[in-house]
Design a protein around this ligand. Structure first.
Ligand code: PGA
Length: 257
């Protein structure tokens, strides 16, 4: 399979960290280190930091994303942010279905699928997260869980929108725990995801879609994970909070592809 069909992506997921001033400083610090990178460089930041991030990243190769959005374009949803608003202010990416949203905020496969539709119709690129909890892996049902999350997340998504979709495989037991999936475990599931996309769409779409690994990825383990043929980049939490370690990951990915 030709890996060069896909653009590798290193995306940071800041979660509930940093303020606008820290955001500016971070982006200023990474700009010279990641310019000319041979991969997509994305920072997904808390909503309150997005304006600062967009301003600071202007004219650079750094793309800005949000960490979630609602399934309606507007309305009586106190405290929520819509895909339309994100698009209006030129946000390019949004993470949907992150396991922390599913675990702590009651998001389901169905509501993730609804968010996907609205985000697609508002021109956002989506990093759709899937991944099993430890229990699922121990019970040997990782494949079933991930396939269902994928099928529900992409339910009724027409093929012409698939250009806007990126999948992130994030085993929940590896997130923020320091326990990385082995490169073989990551490859096995990422390959299965690509095969599922081929079943749902076709070979061309499955060859072009970027599939990321996420879960304690850092500058030490990235080289091995990114050597796997179906791992096209990373969704990075902890290691994306420090400009040096994030830039190091971008450089590792840049040299791999
Ligand atoms: P981590 O987080 O790199 O801190 O494990 C990854 C994520 O949750 O996206």
């Amino acid at each position: 399979m030709n890996r060069s069909l896909r653009r590798p992506i290193i995306a940071g997921n800041w979660k509930m960290n940093k303020n606008p001033e820290e955001t500016k400083q971070f982006i200023e610090a990474i700009k010279p280190k990641v310019e000319g990178a041979n991969c997509e460089v994305v920072i997904c930041a808390p909503y309150i930091n997005i304006d600062a991030a967009l301003r600071q990243a202007e004219g650079s190769n750094i793309k800005i994303g949000a960490e979630n959005c609602h399934w309606e374009e507007n309305g009586a949803f106190t405290g929520e942010i819509s895909a339309k608003t994100l698009n209006d202010i030129n946000v390019e990416y949004v993470i949907l279905g992150h396991s922390e949203r599913r675990l702590y905020f009651g998001e389901t496969d169905v509501s993730v699928g609804q968010r996907v539709h609205t985000a697609l119709h508002n021109n956002l690129k989506i990093i759709l997260c899937v991944g099993e909890q430890l229990q699922g892996r121990e019970h040997g049902i990782t494949e079933e869980i991930v396939r269902i999350q994928l099928k529900e997340g992409l339910l009724n998504v027409p093929r012409e929108f698939m250009k806007q979709i990126i999948i992130a495989y994030e085993p929940v037991w590896a997130i923020g725990t320091g326990k990385t999936a082995t490169s073989n475990q990551a490859q096995e599931v990422c390959k299965m995801i690509r095969e599922t996309i081929k079943e749902l769409y076709d070979e061309d779409i499955s060859n072009h879609i970027a599939i990321l690994y996420g879960g304690s990825m850092n500058a030490k383990n990235a080289d091995e994970l990114l050597s796997m043929p179906d791992v096209d980049g990373g969704l990075i939490g902890g290691a994306a909070l420090d400009p040096k370690s994030f830039a190091a990951l971008v450089n590792i990915a840049s040299n791999k592809f």
